[in-house]
Design a protein around this ligand. Structure first.
Ligand code: GTP
Ligand code: MG
Length: 196
């Protein structure tokens, strides 16, 4: 998809700060440093729209990116970053949970998993939680450029076996692998939703 318009529509820590335009939303969730903000920049075709960092714990608010006035891609703070205090991570957890559980226009949740690592205990917990609440979940294996191409099918199988999900997309913010497929997935969900 060609992106003509991409803008940070809101930065929120509480519902009053969420955007009010009513566009369909897609949330991106996963461990700190898994590549959520980088992926959003690739999706938006903007290098520095979402701030990224080598050190985990960069995104600390809920950031809504309006893309072409078609939808909002929502960047959530990562979990599992050991250096933040327990209180701080509980605060992020509550903030994220409040968004996910109450947002009517949220159409799907993209759970990002690093292709190099297995499913961590926290990933498992997140997946169970999302399944419990019957979210439409799409799993994405990130940083595919970091592994030998020949090992990708095997790694996907391992992830799939532990996550037990119907499908996993591969994505790389370096090579942009997976961008088109991810946009196709999003656009289809928007279409299906309008048809309802
Ligand atoms: P938090 O905001 O802390 O939750 O992290 P995040 O999930 O938003 O990760 P972010 O996008 O900031 O990326 C973390 C680091 O991984 C940065 O140094 C990125 O450059 C790097 N990175 C992200 N995606 C990729 C990728 O596809 N390939 C490679 N090689 N590096 C990546
Ligand atoms: Mg981030």
């Amino acid at each position: 998809m060609n992106v003509n318009y991409a803008e940070l529509a809101a930065t929120a820590v509480k519902p009053e700060q969420y955007p009010t335009a009513g566009l369909p939303e897609f949330a991106f969730i996963g461990k700190s440093n898994v590549g959520k903000s980088s992926l959003l920049n690739v999706m938006a075709e903007r290098k520095t729209l979402a701030r990224t960092s080598n050190s985990p714990g960069k995104t600390r608010t809920i950031n809504f990116y309006n893309i072409n006035n078609i939808c909002m891609l929502v960047d959530l703070p990562g979990y599992g970053y050991a250096k933040v205090s327990r209180l701080e991570s509980e605060k992020w957890g509550k903030m994220t949970e409040r968004y996910l559980l109450n947002r009517k226009q949220l159409l799907a949740v993209f759970l990002l998993l690093d292709i190099r690592h297995g499913l961590s205990a926290l990933d498992r917990q997140m997946l169970d939680w999302l399944e419990h609440y019957s979210f439409d979940i799409v799993t994405v294996a990130t940083k595919s450029d970091k592994v030998k191409r020949s090992t990708i099918p095997y790694r996907l199988k391992l992830l799939n076996d532990s996550a037990q999900v119907s499908s996993i997309l591969t994505f790389s913010s370096e090579t942009r692998e997976g961008r088109k497929y991810l946009w196709d997935t999003i656009l289809k969900k928007i279409q299906d939703n309008y048809r309802l």
